[in-house]
Design a protein around this ligand. Structure first.
Ligand SMILES: [Zn+2]
Length: 103
């Protein structure tokens, strides 16, 4: 199974929240993303020109009646990992720059 990297959530008129995840499978290179509903076994092919957020919103509205307040957010852990990587890359670039200056 993949790691959830992004969540799409929408709410029904009576306040129930439904979620669709993008799950990324790191065993593949390049990474394979799939769209997975956490409430039913809906998992469409992503080989389409449709925008993923539209597909998620459409499913949440038509299958679960959640047609309000569609929003998307990155998975917290995944976003943190990216924030840690950024300074690391910056340090690497500075080191490379210093190395080139001295050679
Ligand atoms: Zn569903």
């Amino acid at each position: 199974m993949g790691t959830p990297v992004r969540h799409f959530t929408a709410t029904t008129p009576d306040g129930q929240v439904f979620t669709v995840n993008i799950e990324r499978d790191f065993r593949f290179d390049p990474h394979r993303d799939s769209l997975v509903c956490t409430h039913c076994d809906w998992s469409p092919s992503l080989l389409t020109m449709k925008k993923i957020v539209d597909m998620a919103g459409e499913h949440l509205a038509s299958a679960h009646g959640a047609d309000r307040g569609l929003s998307q957010q990155d998975n917290e852990g995944f976003r943190k990992a990216r924030l840690i990587m950024l300074p690391f890359v910056a340090v690497l670039l500075i080191a490379l720059f210093v190395y080139l200056q001295n050679s």
